[in-house]
Design a protein around this ligand. Structure first.
Ligand code: LLP
Length: 494
């Protein structure tokens, strides 16, 4: 049986209406029911859309006869069909077939919880959208480097985008194929370069003339050949948070398009380097297509100039950066991206690479936290929870919005509260101005935390790193155990 979140709408409606309905449902947070697939789907293809972690299906009420096979239904499920939903019996939050109450009970809080199906579906969505190209999807490990998640992706044949020797080690430990690894980053050390050369990675994404020299020296010393791409800065405004825009003229990343040709010529003269591609990555959480297309066109211009000079490329890497819905964003559709790229690539015979992180894992995870105290001060109603900025840094660092919902049935209220953590910093805020009625001891789920949540966490305030739990159907697996106090000091004992 397939569990599906559904809204019974009177008839198929447009995507916009669906989104509005879902948004209303989401913000009221008391919604949705669960049903088996064969009770909700009719003879028409389900009309589906996603909203952040939540999925909405509409279907004509008149036709309830099951005509679609489960496989067909599964194929038509959207990216985040496996987001959290409310159980029909008691309105508490579930992920796949597991209640979040049960997870908190068993593993304690705070705790990251991931849906395996959501993760694999979003990877598959990338594969499907670009299937008419020769594509390699290189998951950006920095988004979430948990070994078990890497293992799941490696088993699907994913490639990986790494930025450190540590990430290389993780990918290899997870069984990732080194010939599907691209190595980005502005400060690759000699050691990291040597390790990647010995592992036999697909490509170094070179970010400066100095790095090119270092790569040449290391490859010469090891009597190996380093496959390279230049990461070109296409100088495109990605219209995202300044901390996560990487393609601006002033950015530390990549080489300016104006100097790229000269650098390629130089690379061609170095015997231990092999030019295989070109790369760009313009930023993160980008929700419109235009910046990607602008960057692509600049890159393609260079590709054609290189071809004219007798430097053909085996691949073009367009980086990651595709955004997700955290609140009310309307993330770009990957198939629209693919459609827009198609005519642009008809002259290019090689492979198309992507480096998505957030889009693969962002909506597959949530942070489960418990309310410790309520505190009223003249200006604010504070809800103090057991997760802090050391566990989830995004709200403090980028003023990022994460939806916060009660795990148990929500109570109606007009009151606005600020959700804050235990860390001794005023910036330790997880959400402000939320309409919530909660009591000490209540559980809250902070949504869309799969990307840049656990991977950016720290032990600040001597807070042990929190566990990560993977849900698959009715199974739960601890994929990173909660640290102990002994773990906190183990590297400091002589
Ligand atoms: N490729 C390169 C070279 C990157 O630098 C990044 C992200 C990616 C791929 C993956 O980008 P994505 O598809 O996940 O947007 N901590 C920030 C995001 C920093 C992104 C850094 N680079 C956040 O929490 O929003």
């Amino acid at each position: 049986m397939l569990d599906i979140v559904g809204f019974a709408l009177p008839a198929p409606v447009g995507v916009r209406t669906q989104r509005r309905a879902l948004f209303a449902a989401r913000t009221n947070a008391g919604f949705s029911h669960r049903a088996s697939a064969n009770t909700v789907f009719g003879t028409h293809d389900p009309c589906s859309c996603t909203f952040g972690n939540f999925s909405l299906f509409s279907f004509p009420q008149s036709c309830r006869t099951p005509k679609l096979s489960l496989t067909q239904i599964a194929m038509s499920l959207p990216l985040t069909a496996f987001g959290p939903y409310r159980a029909p019996t008691n309105n508490t939050l579930m992920l796949e077939s597991v209640s979040l109450n049960e997870i908190a009970e068993r593993y304690g809080t705070p705790c990251y919880v991931y849906s395996q199906s959501a993760l694999l579906q979003s990877y598959q969505e990338y594969r499907d959208a670009f299937q008419s190209f020769d594509t390699l999807v290189c998951y950006a490990v920095k988004a979430n480097a948990n070994l078990s998640l890497l293992r799941l992706l490696a088993a699907q044949g994913a490639g990986f985008d790494i930025v450190s020797g540590g990430e290389l080690f993780r990918v290899l430990q997870a069984g990732g194929d080194p010939r599907r690894i691209v190595f980005s980053g502005v400060a690759k050390s000699e050691r990291e370069i040597d390790e990647a050369l010995k592992a036999g990675i697909l490509c170094f994404n070179v970010e400066s003339a100095a790095e090119l020299q270092r790569l040449s020296e290391r490859a010469t010393r090891l009597e190996m050949t380093a496959p390279i791409s230049l990461r070109v800065n296409p100088e495109v405004d990605a219209r995202t948070h300044p901390y996560i825009a990487t393609g601006l003229r002033t950015s530390k990343f990549g080489v300016p398009a104006t100097t790229a040709l000269a650098l390629y010529r130089e690379a061609q003269k170095l015997p231990h380097l092999k030019i295989v591609g070109i790369d760009c990555h313009i930023g993160s959480q980008i929700t419109t297509l235009e910046p990607f297309l602008e960057a692509t066109d600049k890159i393609l211009e260079l590709v054609h100039q290189l071809a004219a000079e007798g430097i053909p490329l085996e691949h073009i890497d367009l980086g990651g950066g595709v955004g997700i819905c955290y609140r009310d964003e309307d993330p770009l559709s990957l198939s629209a991206y693919a459609t827009a790229l198609k005519p642009r690539f008809n002259k290019f015979q090689g492979r198309l690479l992507f480096e998505p992180g957030r889009r693969i894992v962002g909506n597959a995870g949530l942070l489960l936290t418990r309310v410790e105290y309520l505190k009223t001060i003249p200006e604010r109603q504070l809800v103090i929870v057991d997760a802090g900025m050391n566990d989830l840094m995004r709200p403090s660092l980028y003023q990022a919005w994460h939806e916060i919902v009660p795990v148990d049935a929500p109570r109606k209220t007009d009151q606005k509260v600020d959700i804050v953590g235990p860390v001794c910093e005023s910036s330790d805020v997880l959400g402000t101005g939320r309409t919530l009625d909660v009591q000490a001891g209540d559980l809250l789920a902070i949504l869309s935390c799969g990307a840049y949540g656990a991977s950016m966490s720290s032990r600040y305030n001597a807070r042990p790193l929190i566990p990560e739990v993977l849900v698959h159907g009715s199974q739960t697996t601890v994929i990173r155990r909660r640290e102990t106090y002994a773990d906190l000091i183990q590297h400091e004992l002589s």
